[in-house]
Design a protein around this ligand. Structure first.
Ligand SMILES: O=P(O)(O)OC[C@H]1O[C@H](OP(=O)(O)OP(=O)(O)O)[C@H](O)[C@@H]1O
Ligand SMILES: Nc1nc2[nH]cnc2c(=O)[nH]1
Length: 179
């Protein structure tokens, strides 16, 4: 169905059904860990939007939802300066924050978001990512608390992740083996 918009040579890295099952497993873990907590569920835009939508509809948790926006890649495949584009107004004081993002790559985005939430007075802040990319480059000191899937070192797109700001809407995760 997506042949018309997929770049030539694209291959599937993670299928829709694998993603769906991984999100179910993650939701079960969060439903247990946050059963008695008052939660602020914060999506990191733009990349986190599709994963956060799918995950949040499976959460049986007392929570408010909001988002923040941080960016360091833009149209590039390599990370640059981290730019805050939107900080939420929701009160995080004494709340248990769950940060939800699509990918942990070098970790600078989640580290900055985590530090900011703690500065706002959150009682705890944890992070949930759909994929963690394994590579030899330097990671930030911060590591995500919940990871659905580990992936090899490819630039990936689909399921919220962009290729030059497009193709976020793809329901599976793709890569270009020759890129
Ligand atoms: O672990 P890191 O190396 O910090 O990279 C991860 C971040 O990179 C992407 O965001 P991007 O800056 O591309 O903005 P976007 O969400 O608008 O695509 C992705 O959505 C993560 O938030
Ligand atoms: N779309 C996309 N964004 C990223 N941000 C950090 N790594 C990636 C990646 O592999 N794909």
């Amino acid at each position: 169905m997506y042949q018309k918009i997929l770049p030539a040579g694209s291959e599937i890295l993670i299928s829709e059904s694998t993603i769906d099952q991984a999100i179910n497993d993650l939701a079960a873990e969060l439903n247990s860990d946050y059963a008695d907590k008052e939660v602020a569920f914060l999506t990191i835009m733009n990349g986190g939007m599709i994963f956060a939508s799918a995950l949040s509809t499976r959460l049986n948790i007392d929570m408010e939802m909001d988002y923040l926006q941080l960016s360091r890649y833009g149209k590039s495949k390599t990370g640059g300066q981290l730019v805050w584009k939107y900080q939420p107004e929701i009160n995080l004081k004494n709340r248990h924050v769950i940060l939800c993002d699509d990918i942990y790559d070098e970790g600078h985005t989640l580290e900055a978001a985590h530090n900011w939430c703690m500065k706002q007075g959150a009682q705890s802040t944890s992070s949930v990512v759909l994929v963690l990319k394994e590579h030899d480059r330097t990671y930030a000191d911060y590591k995500p608390d919940y990871v659905a899937l580990n992936i090899p070192d490819h630039y990936i797109f689909g399921y919220g992740m962009d290729l030059e700001e497009k193709l976020r809407q793809l329901p599976a995760i793709y890569y270009l083996p020759d890129a």
